[in-house]
Design a protein around this ligand. Sequence first.
Ligand code: SF4
Length: 368
Amino acid sequence: MDYSPSAKELSHFPFLKKAQDHIKNRFSSLDAVLRDRHGEALIEMAVTRIQDAITPKKKGGYEVSGSPEDEIASYALARVIASCVNDKQLLDRLTRYESERAYHFLVSEEEWNQNYRQGDSDYSLLFEAISEELGIRITSDRMPLADYVELVSPLHDDRYHLVNRRLERGFVRVKKEERYELLRERIRVLMRRDLPHKVPASLCEQLAPKAARIKKVYQEQMLQQFGTIEENAFPPCMQALLTALTSGTNLTHAGRFALTTFLHTIGMDVAGIAALYGRSPDFDIERTMYQVEHITGRGGSGTEYTTPACAAMRTTGICVHADKLCERVSHPLSYYKVKKKDLAKKGNPPVAERPDEGKNISESKSGT
Ligand code: SF4
């Protein structure tokens, strides 16, 4: 296929092989990049890229500030730095951001750039080139059933459920705008599949100050997002785990893991979480602190684990008492966010704002 994008166009789709080839000979080793002054600027661009990914998106904001080559390099460096941070949710956010960014440029460039048109066809050279490289077989208005099923499995939009689609001899009909959305999903999945990269420890050490800065911003973002802890907004699964724990029942490993990661993400500190486990019949302070610190990333590995999604919670049997809102979410943290907003709208202020109710869960449950 005759597809010769300019350097600027490549910078909009930096994951393409052509984009990576374009910069291959311009930058020597990563070690060398870290040592020179231009490299410092590139790393700053990469950090900004990650910060943009974890900060709520501003309208219309996918700015291209550097040269095309620097843009492509900053994409690759951002993935290296995020791999050193090695937080599952951060990696999810980064890949979602990058796929949204590519989608934005794909849709907007097709609108104005006639070079991408192919005669009367309603899909462009650009779309065709990207989908071919990413192995997605969409021809004008249909795609093979097996490809379609694999592609839409992480999507929760009813539109994509097979029962709502037209099937014709092993193919699924897709509309033009859906093709772009499916391509965006493919970009996201492929980008995520490669992460985290195996980055040598010595490189991560050099990047440690940048990684620490990102962790700090990320933590602040999470706290802003989740605000004060509101137990009334807990999803049924977490309510059940908490009730079991505080009534003296031993939780399974999966239950402890889910509850600990959930409480940690919504802002409860390690001591608070460990105090909750004080009600457990087999409570052992040292073992509990070790487990909580390990799960929350303060142990030796530095890896912060993430609360399992609803699908995984169902597999381990800890998705219980699912309610109406559960039908609209795929993650216990999404449930918490939506419910918290709903409660605030109904004038139910967070616990900490109510008189005499400023205690966090660990205080109220343990009676301290
Ligand atoms: S559907 Fe999700 S949020 Fe609801 S109870 Fe099950 S795991 Fe929890």
